[in-house]
Design a protein around this ligand. Sequence first.
Ligand code: FES
Length: 104
Amino acid sequence: MPLRVRVCRIADVPVGEIRAFTVRGVTWPVIVVYVDGELVAVPGVCPHEDVALADGYLDGQAIICPAHAYRFDLHTGRCRHDAGLELRRYPITVIGDEIWVDLL
Ligand code: FES
């Protein structure tokens, strides 16, 4: 049984911008972005070191970490700079106008 939590409404996510949403009981916010028209949800922390990815920026289908500029593909989670790092993607379910993600 997944741990599904409500994160935001669809209208809270502008195309081309990073939005981070606090989820009760979770240390780091959940980032929701549009990538090539698809909603993607990822943890708000860089898997390299504990840095807020919400302070980074989008470049095409990638999010760039503000600390060391590592590039994470938002379609795959892969890191261009370190093959051992992966940015997890949370499964998304849209219910009405709300975005829910499975944290576990
Ligand atoms: S902390 Fe994100 S690339 Fe180093």
